[in-house]
Design a protein around this ligand. Structure first.
Ligand code: NAI
Length: 392
């Protein structure tokens, strides 16, 4: 169980690009990184495209004024001159900027934590992976709910044969907040999401399903998608060529099959990220709206609800527990878990501790690269008329 005690020798000096006053996701980064004040300290920022607003915001949340910068280039250059300069930077800006900022950060000798979808192309992701290797730096990707410990419980139970052979992987990440085109022109965060120049080659496939796809890989580390078929459409026509709805069918290398439904036009749905893994003997199901519970359904027996924090859970699941039984946990704890693992990865990398890095389960550069590959393959299939394509 986690109680905030240090996992690394001292907090890492951390900065953010984006994620300021008007940013949707910035606070989630800070709740994650600063939950254990033994992991990160926020010492600098280029929080906003508008410098004055970003500086005002930074001062407001306690960052020293002289470490608030007009842009990331200035921040990386100025911080590099300081003995106590930043060591890690998080990137919480719109998609089109991720690649150039990631590259600049690595070139400045920084570890990087970047938002999803990581980049537009696998070539960019491969380039950054090689650059990170050359610079001996960590690149983490913030698939926010992937730090939830019950996903590790699913991984452990499947590994132990508790559901038999995996046959069906049923994934869903949908909501209904874009059922109409309200906000497409007025809400700045929604506006860029339907503009291919800023969002990239997809809307919901990148924005939503990359999370769930990574989570399925975390649960099923030995299964790889062999081929897939994707059908995507924009029910709100002005969003074309980007999709607000998509269905994907997958064939895995071990003979299992899968589906992903991702959508932001699932009218009336507040949020449904569901993962159901069907095996030859039993099924497991987790739903992010009820994150404290895991359904375990053995064929022919009454269904069981496994509850977070209980002693019958696997040790790897228990290790990421924060609040103990009786109290609900959710997204904030999940972000805190992935940020803690980012800190442990950075620390291990700095110490040359490859053994720790091999065993740490967190969304790393390969997870980011896989997310980009996923989107690329889905788009290739859909844009060729929803045909089967080999997963390249
Ligand atoms: P947003 O549009 O709400 O905020 C973007 C922020 O970045 C704004 O504050 C803007 O001023 C700032 N910004 C833009 N360019 C900048 C630059 N060059 N330098 C400094 N600041 C800059 O966008 P939102 O929704 O917060 O999304 C940001 C990223 O986070 C996207 O890649 C998105 O896909 C991802 N995201 C991830 C979530 C998750 O659960 N992991 C949830 C929501 C968004």
């Amino acid at each position: 169980m986690l109680n905030g005690e240090r996992k690394i020798s001292r907090p890492l000096r951390w900065a953010m690009v984006g994620g300021g006053r008007t940013g949707q996701v910035g606070y989630k980064h800070r709740t994650g990184a600063l939950r254990d004040n033994t992991a990160f300290e926020l010492v600098a920022g280029a929080f906003d495209i508008d410098f004055e607003r970003g500086r005002d915001f930074g001062v407001n949340i306690g960052v020293l004024k002289d470490r608030l910068y007009p842009d990331y280039e200035t921040m990386f250059a100025e911080e590099a001159r300081r003995e106590d300069g930043i060591e890690v930077v998080s990137i919480a800006t719109p998609n089109a900027t991720h690649f150039e900022i990631c590259k600049a950060a690595l070139e400045a000798g920084l570890h990087v934590i970047c938002e999803k979808p990581l980049f537009f192309t696998t070539e960019e992701a491969q380039f950054v992976k090689e650059l990170a290797e050359e610079k001996e730096k960590i690149v983490g990707v913030t698939y926010g709910f992937s730090g939830h410990q019950l996903l590790l419980q699913m991984r452990a139970m499947i590994e132990q044969g508790k559901i038999g052979d995996v046959r069906v992987v049923d994934l869903q990440y949908t909501h209904g907040f874009n059922a109409a085109d309200e906000g497409d022109k007025s809400n700045s965060a929604q506006k860029w999401r339907v503009d291919p120049k800023v969002a990239g080659p997809s809307f919901v496939l990148g924005d939503l399903s990359t999370h769930t796809y990574y989570m399925s890989q975390l649960i099923l580390p030995h299964m790889k998608v062999k081929k897939l078929l994707c059908d995507r459409q924009s029910f709100v026509g002005s969003r074309a060529p980007l999709e607000d709805n998509a269905h994907v069918i997958m064939h895995y290398d071990n003979g299992a099959v899968g589906t992903m439904w991702t959508s932001s036009i699932n009218a009336g749905c507040m949020d449904a990220q569901r993962i159901r893994i069907v095996g030859s003997k039993a099924s497991l199901e987790w739903w992010d709206s009820k994150p404290n519970e895991l359904r375990y359904e053995i064929q022919g027996e009454p269904a069981q609800t496994l509850v977070r924090a209980m002693p019958y859970l696997d040790e790897n699941c228990q290790a990421d527990e924060r609040l103990g039984a009786l109290h609900a946990e959710g997204l904030s704890e999940s972000w805190a878990n992935i940020y803690l693992k980012f800190a442990m990865a950075v620390d291990a990398k700095e110490r040359g501790d490859e053994e720790t890095l091999r065993h740490l389960v967190y969304p790393d550069i390969d997870a980011g690269l896989e997310g980009v590959r996923w989107v690329e393959n889905c788009v290739r299939s859909a844009d060729n008329g929803a045909v089967w394509v080999d997963f390249e």
